[in-house]
Design a binder for this molecule. Structure first.
Ligand code: HEM
Length: 241
């Protein structure tokens, strides 16, 4: 217990918690995108994938609890570190800052973090809470149709595209910074870490931006596919009755 308290009070401990929870969340968004790309295989495959996830209670609840705990710890200790930094430097810089990592991503973390928290709340509400589907009726048995209907609304797609560009920036700097906090620090590895974080961040951002664009351009969710998804769900329900 004493050890845990010391860890959560020291700067190094707090940085380690932010880094480890960040890596967990980064891993989730990579897995989430990979799963969502099953959309390209059509309604039957996507709905079967979603049903398999929902049907596996230990996996579903284990993931939910880990994600919720990680998000809370990530935000709480990021705020603690920010407070600590502010009190260690009571006067504003006299000269313009010359950051070691002078990237736009690094300086925008304070903005992208809260905006992403707001996006996640919006995302959870409109895709998982029955009744909040934006365009048409939310059908808990047909996640494919829920997704396609909502992304057909231009401003829903615009929100996702904007949020996922922010996510890309956040992951780019966050991934690199986490590698600094928990990995070996050596100039030799710095370039490699920077490239790995940028590559994974680009994969997540581009993949997530691609999905609403693909729905808007009918690469995913043509009218035939939408009708197919409804027919499949109706047939399954008829079989169950
Ligand atoms: C274009 C991008 C995305 C799409 C198409 C998408 C799609 C979905 C869908 C359809 C669900 C509901 C699944 C179901 O109820 O069967 C879901 C749940 C979820 N998404 Fe996303 N998502 C995207 C991006 C993100 C991002 C960027 C994050 C986090 C930063 C995220 C976090 C979550 C979480 C935490 C859940 C809840 C999982 C659960 O039920 O416990 N998603 N997403």
């Amino acid at each position: 217990m004493q050890g845990v308290l010391t860890l959560t009070r020291s700067t190094i401990g707090q940085k380690a918690i932010v880094a480890v929870t960040g890596v967990i969340l980064f891993g989730f968004v990579i897995g989430h995108l990979t799963g969502n790309l099953i959309l390209l295989a059509g309604p039957e495959a996507y709905n079967a994938y979603a049903a398999a996830l929902k049907g596996n209670a230990p996996l579903l609840w284990g993931t939910r609890i880990t994600l919720l705990t990680s998000v809370i710890l990530h935000i709480v200790f990021t705020m603690q570190l920010a407070k600590r930094n502010a009190s260690a430097r009571p006067n504003a810089y006299q000269k313009p800052r010359k950051d070691l990592v002078t990237t736009y991503a690094a300086r925008s973390m304070v903005l992208t973090g809260p905006l992403l928290a707001a996006f996640i709340a919006f995302h959870l509400a409109h895709f998982t809470v029955p009744g909040i589907g934006i365009n048409g009726v939310f059908d808990p048995h047909n996640p494919y149709a829920n997704l396609v209907q909502d992304f057909r609304v231009w401003y829903v797609s615009a929100i996702y595209i904007f949020a996922n560009i922010l996510l890309g920036l956040h992951l780019w700097h966050g991934g690199w910074s986490a590698a600094q906090s928990i990995g070996a620090q050596h100039p030799k590895y710095d370039a490699l870490k920077m490239r790995l974080a940028a590559g994974l961040a680009l994969f997540v951002a581009c993949g997530n931006v691609f999905i609403p664009i693909a729905v808007q351009t009918h690469i995913i969710g043509s009218s035939e596919q939408l009708a197919e998804s409804r027919a499949l769900v109706a047939a399954e329900q008829a079989e169950e009755e």
